[in-house]
Design a binder for this molecule. Structure first.
Ligand SMILES: N[C@@H](CCC(=O)N[C@@H](CS)C(=O)NCC(=O)O)C(=O)O
Length: 291
C-alpha cells in the first residue's frame, strides 16, 4: 500500500489491492447476495435481523420502550446477523435490506409483510405505527425529525470517518484523523448546546431522536467508543453526559442494548431475543452454566 503522501490515484480505480484495514474481508465494490440463505421467522409480528452495534441498538431500545408502554403489537423476534462473517450478504437478508447492513425489519403485523431498512426509517415506521415517541404535529414534530435526520447524516462522519481512520485503518493518517476529529468535536458541541437548552433533543419529551443519537454519541461521551475519551476530551460535554446518564437509567434502554450483543460481559449478551423472559434466562452467563 502506498503511503498517503506518495499515492497518485490511477485514471481508473481497480480495487484489486488488499487494503489491509479492518473489515477488508467484508468490503466489496458491488451489491447483491453472495450466497443463498433464507432468514428464520419467529412467532411475533415483528422480525428484526440485527447486531448490537450503535445502529442496531437504536431499534432494540425502541422496541423495548414500546413494550414497556404496553404495546403488545411490538413483540419481536431479534435474530443475530454476524456481519463479520458476511451474513448480511445472504439472499434472505438482501431481500429485506438491499443495502446489506443491519438493522433490517420485517413487519408481519399486516396481511402482507413489509420490509423496512435504515435505522431511521425503522424508528419512524414504529413510531407512526404505535403513535409513540414522535410528536404528532407542529414544531415539536419538526424538531424531532430534524434531530433524527441529523443523526443519520452525522454519524457516518463519526463511525466511517473518524472511527475508521483512528481505530481501523492499517496506517495512521494524520490528515484524516485531524479532519474527522474536528468534525466529531463540532458535532458534540452541537449536541451539547442543544441539550443545554432542552432536556431531550426534540424538547421536553424523550423521543426517537434521542434513541437514534444515544447509542453513538452517548457511548462516545462516556469514553466507550474507539477508546478516544481522552483524545477528544469528551468529559467537556457536560450536557451530553447528563442526557446520556439519564437515558442509561431507563430499563428499556438497558434491555435494548443487550439484544444481539456478542461482546462484553456474558451477562450483557442476549444473542437472540424471542421472549421478554429471555433477559432473565438466555444471556450468555446463564447459558454457559451446565444444567
Ligand atoms: N445508515 C444505516 C447504517 C447501517 C450500518 O452501517 N450497519 C453496519 C453495522 S453498524 C453494517 O451492517 N455493516 C456491514 C457491512 O457494511 O457490510 C442505518 O442507519 O441503518
Amino acid at each position: 500500500m502506498n503511503d498517503s503522501s506518495s499515492y497518485t490515484p490511477p485514471s481508473v480505480w481497480s480495487g484489486k489491492k488488499e487494503s489491509g484495514g479492518r473489515f477488508a474481508n467484508i468490503n466489496r465494490p458491488i451489491a447483491g447476495p453472495t450466497r443463498d440463505k433464507e432468514l428464520p421467522v419467529g412467532r411475533h409480528p415483528l422480525q428484526l435481523y440485527s447486531l448490537a452495534t450503535p445502529n442496531g441498538v437504536k431499534v432494540t431500545v425502541m422496541l423495548e420502550e414500546l413494550l414497556a408502554l404496553g404495546h403488545r403489537g411490538a413483540e419481536y423476534d431479534a435474530w443475530l446477523i454476524r456481519i463479520n462473517d458476511g451474513e448480511q450478504f445472504g439472499s434472505g437478508f438482501v431481500a429485506v435490506n438491499p443495502n446489506s447492513k443491519i438493522p433490517a425489519l420485517l413487519d408481519r403485523s399486516g396481511p402482507t409483510p413489509v420490509r423496512v431498512f435504515e435505522s431511521g426509517a425503522i424508528l419512524l415506521h414504529l413510531a407512526e405505527q404505535f403513535g409513540a415517541f414522535l410528536p404528532v404535529s407542529g414544531p415539536q414534530r419538526a424538531e424531532c425529525l430534524s434531530w433524527l435526520f441529523w443523526q443519520m447524516g452525522s454519524a457516518p462522519f463519526l463511525g466511517g470517518g473518524f472511527g475508521h481512520f483512528y481505530a481501523y485503518a492499517p496506517t495512521k493518517i494524520e490528515y484524516a484523523i485531524d479532519r474527522y476529529a474536528m468534525e466529531v468535536k463540532r458535532q458534540l458541541d452541537v449536541l451539547d448546546r442543544r441539550l443545554a437548552e432542552s432536556p431531550y433533543l426534540a424538547g421536553n419529551d424523550y423521543s426517537i431522536a434521542d434513541m437514534a443519537v444515544w447509542p453513538w454519541y452517548g457511548t462516545l461521551v462516556k469514553g466507550q467508543l474507539y477508546g478516544v475519551g481522552e483524545f477528544l476530551q469528551v468529559q467537556a460535554y457536560s450536557n451530553v453526559l447528563r442526557w446520556t446518564d439519564q437515558i442509561a437509567q431507563r430499563p428499556a434502554a438497558q434491555r435494548g442494548r443487550m439484544v444481539n450483543r456478542t461482546w462484553g460481559q456474558p451477562s450483557s449478551q442476549l444473542h437472540e431475543r424471542h421472549d421478554a423472559g429471555d433477559f432473565d434466562t438466555q444471556t450468555q452467563d446463564k447459558l454457559a452454566v451446565p444444567r
